[in-house]
Design a protein around this ligand. Structure first.
Ligand code: ATP
Length: 233
């Protein structure tokens, strides 16, 4: 397993938010984390990144325990994180965003950037444009591409479809699916229709716990579970 969470417990202030979350992500796959608002999906990603430190449990990345490392060490191990708000600097152009992100700027990173520009041609078209002036979908692509050039294996992406028009969501999901050739993705997504088309594995969270997990097809076939935890038939 590329990433393995074993019974992690995370508190935010005095609140016990993650109550024994276990999940695993296989290399070269897309795993989707579903759950209604407030279920703990973002806190799970933040816990993996060390931004919401875990109090108990273990997080292993490529067999190595990373659960108590600081965020910069976790990022340096090659885990890329695309937060819900994208974390983009609006005054920077697309070019400047990559220049800042690609600290190594070695052949490997250059190759990764070339692949991203191939996958997201809009970024090349708007190379000199300020990030703040990009559309919502373009900003999302920029955030994903920036995380990708610095990661070496695993990308955590938090609700990339949020606020996007349906056609844009479709395009973005298609792009994320293409990324599977070269990376592994743990995706938090509320859009079941779209995410279930690209993800092979899923986990379903409710009230800080994983309540279901397995092959995506099982959730596709299980309208009762979807209704119960996601409110969709
Ligand atoms: N700083 C905080 N202090 C206390 N509780 C918090 C804090 N941040 C989030 N929470 C609570 O933790 C729970 C999990 O939040 P989280 O953002 O992980 O959920 P989520 O599944 O990502 O939700 P959404 O789909 O709405 O983004 C929620 O009940 C939320 O109110």
């Amino acid at each position: 397993m590329m990433l393995q969470l074993d019974h992690i417990e995370t508190y935010l202030d005095q609140f016990h938010i993650l109550q024994g979350v276990s999940l695993s992500v296989q290399a070269g796959s897309i795993t989707v984390l579903f759950g209604r608002n407030g279920a703990g999906k973002t806190t799970t990603l933040r816990s993996i990144m060390g931004l919401a430190p875990i109090r108990h449990g273990q997080i292993r990345y490529l067999g190595e325990e990373i659960g108590h490392l600081p965020t910069y060490s976790i990022a340096r191990k090659g885990i890329g994180y695309v937060p819900e708000n994208q974390g983009i600097f609006h005054d920077f152009t697309v070019e400047e965003t990559f220049r800042l992100a690609m600290q190594k700027n070695d052949d490997e990173q250059k190759e990764k950037l070339a692949w991203m520009l191939d996958l997201f041609p809009d970024l090349g078209h708007y190379w000199k444009k300020k990030s703040g002036h990009l559309s919502g979908g373009q900003k999302q692509m920029l955030a994903i591409a920036r995380a990708y050039v610095n990661s070496n294996g695993l990308l955590l992406i938090d609700e990339p479809s949020k606020g996007l028009a349906p056609i844009m969501v479709e395009k973005l999901m298609f792009h994320i699916e293409s990324m599977k050739q070269k990376t592994t993705v743990l995706l938090v997504e509320q859009n079941f229709m779209m995410a279930s088309m690209i993800g092979e594995q899923y986990y379903l969270m409710d009230e800080g716990k994983i309540v279901r997990g397995g092959a995506m097809q099982e959730l596709k076939d299980d309208a009762d579970t979807r209704q119960k935890y996601l409110g969709i038939a």
